[in-house]
Design a protein around this ligand. Structure first.
Ligand SMILES: [Zn+2]
Length: 463
């Protein structure tokens, strides 16, 4: 009896060891097969040119990256190359989120099922068509001039991203010997910024939803040594102007810090957090096209004192936004409150013409109720009509909000300038975000960039 059970036990152990072993080798294969095969493919792809990676094109078929005689090359126009670099990616993989790195298997034609079968059959990998418009990206890159920062434009109805520019950039065919900080980062996906007054859109949304007499409220921005100020809790929130007694629309038009700090104080942490979280703050967005990670926007008020909450209400304190997420938020306002998922890869096609993948518009849910979205739209439209000027965005019926974010307490530190908004003309359903780093007032830098880019958008879609 005893020996039988011992034998059974030994048998069980053997079976266990066998299963564990095969599980482990299977697991290793699943994890590493890709890498093993890719190393092999890469040798051919980049060394002797026997195999070639497919093309990357923009939405109009303009080739952004291709392989000629086994060598990877890029668009003929140097400005287009630099403008699209962080999205297209480099051949060596320095730009981790670039299409050439994140879609390497698709470009080389390698699949876990067929290995390099397709590559052998066609001698070429698959082609990738992006949603980007090279002309709009070039206009955005030129508009940024020597400033560092980011520009993003997306179709708020479909989620197609038509423009991504992240600076500093470089020409992949003429790479500088000196590296600049941030040149390998696609700041549209991977960056985070203090939103400054662009966050007032969220504070306003929360106020619309939670303060019934908002439209009849009067705020006071009292002058003190030439600056407006309001006492919140133990200290003061300061305003760039002295606005006196004003209502909500004018407070939003003039971006009065006192009014919005007071609103945050009235709302409290929970309500402001609830509005922001409904709009995707503190939540990891899905990967773009299932492959490209996007930074998280954060509003963290757990330890905030009353004064901190006041500063948070005007987009300071510890609040951070991801450009890609913020553009999704703005797009949802334009789209009646419903957010759509942004995407940058439109389709992947085999050399034989078979479509392996086609992106579709996906709804992320309701970021704002339709009523709140409509009111936000009305107030953002009023900002452009009454403050920034419709002449800057002719024919676009633009809605928007600027932000000038202080990023350091140091006296000589320069702020980041932001602008985010959208065209409410249904012929041009596009939303934009612009961040100009180490800049000056947004009206002098971020708004002129937005004007140039939205004009390029209008020209591209008027054809
Ligand atoms: Zn003020």
């Amino acid at each position: 009896m005893k020996s039988i059970s011992r034998r059974a036990l030994t048998l069980y152990l053997l079976i266990f060891v066998f299963l564990a072993g095969s599980f482990l080798s299977y697991y290793r294969l699943a994890v590493n097969a890709d890498k093993w095969a890719m190393n092999k493919v890469n040798e051919h792809l980049y060394d002797d040119g026997a195999f070639t990676a497919g093309d990357i094109s923009d939405r109009n078929g303009t080739v952004l990256a291709t392989t000629e005689n086994g060598v990877r090359t890029y668009n003929k126009d140097a400005a287009v190359r630099a403008a699209t670099l962080q999205t297209v990616g480099d051949g060596a993989g320095f730009i981790a989120s670039g299409i050439q790195t994140s879609f390497k298997d698709e470009l080389t034609g390698y699949t876990i099922k067929d290995g390099v079968f397709n590559l052998k059959r066609y001698g070429k990998g698959n082609d990738i068509s992006l949603t980007l418009d090279a002309d709009i990206c070039k206009a955005a890159y030129n508009a940024m001039g020597s400033y560092n920062g980011v520009v993003g434009v997306m179709n708020y109805k479909t989620g197609e991203i038509v423009c991504i520019v992240s600076t500093p950039s470089y020409d992949p065919l003429n790479k500088p010997s000196e590296e600049k900080e941030g040149m390998y980062l696609n700041k549209f996906f991977g960056g985070v910024y203090t939103p400054g007054s662009t966050f007032k859109i969220l504070t306003l949304a929360s106020a619309i939803e939670n303060i019934p007499n908002l439209e009849n409220m009067t705020f006071e921005c009292k002058g003190h040594n030439g600056k407006g100020q309001i006492q919140i809790g133990e200290g003061y929130v300061y305003c760039s102007g002295v606005h006196g007694k004003i209502g909500i629309e004018k407070a939003f038009n003039q971006s009065c810090n006192c009014a919005f700090a007071e609103l945050a104080d009235t709302l409290g942490k929970e309500k402001l957090t609830a509005t922001a979280e409904k709009a995707g703050f503190n939540i990891q967005m899905n990967k773009i096209n299932g492959k490209i990670s996007c930074s998280r926007s954060t509003l963290s008020l757990g330890d905030a004192k009353a004064l901190d909450l006041g500063w948070a209400g005007i987009g300071q304190y510890t609040t951070l936004v991801s450009p890609c997420h913020m553009l999704t938020v703005i797009s949802s306002i334009a789209n009646g409150g419903t957010a759509v998922e942004p995407y940058v890869v439109n389709s992947i096609t085999t050399p034989g013409g078979k479509e392996l993948y086609t992106a579709e518009t996906k709804t992320l849910g309701e970021y704002f109720s339709p009523t709140t979205a409509d009111k936000l739209k009305k107030y953002m439209r009023s900002n452009v009509e009454n403050n920034y000027g419709d002449y800057r965005f002719k024919g676009l019926e633009m809605c928007g909000k600027t932000g000038t974010a202080e990023i350091s307490d140091s006296e000589d530190a320069k702020p980041n300038a932001l602008f985010t908004g959208f065209s409410s003309n249904p012929d041009y359903p596009f939303a934009i975000i612009v961040v100009v780093e180490n800049s000056t007032f947004s009206i002098q830098t971020a708004v002129p960039v937005a004007t140039k880019v939205m004009t390029a958008v209008k020209n591209a879609y008027s054809k």
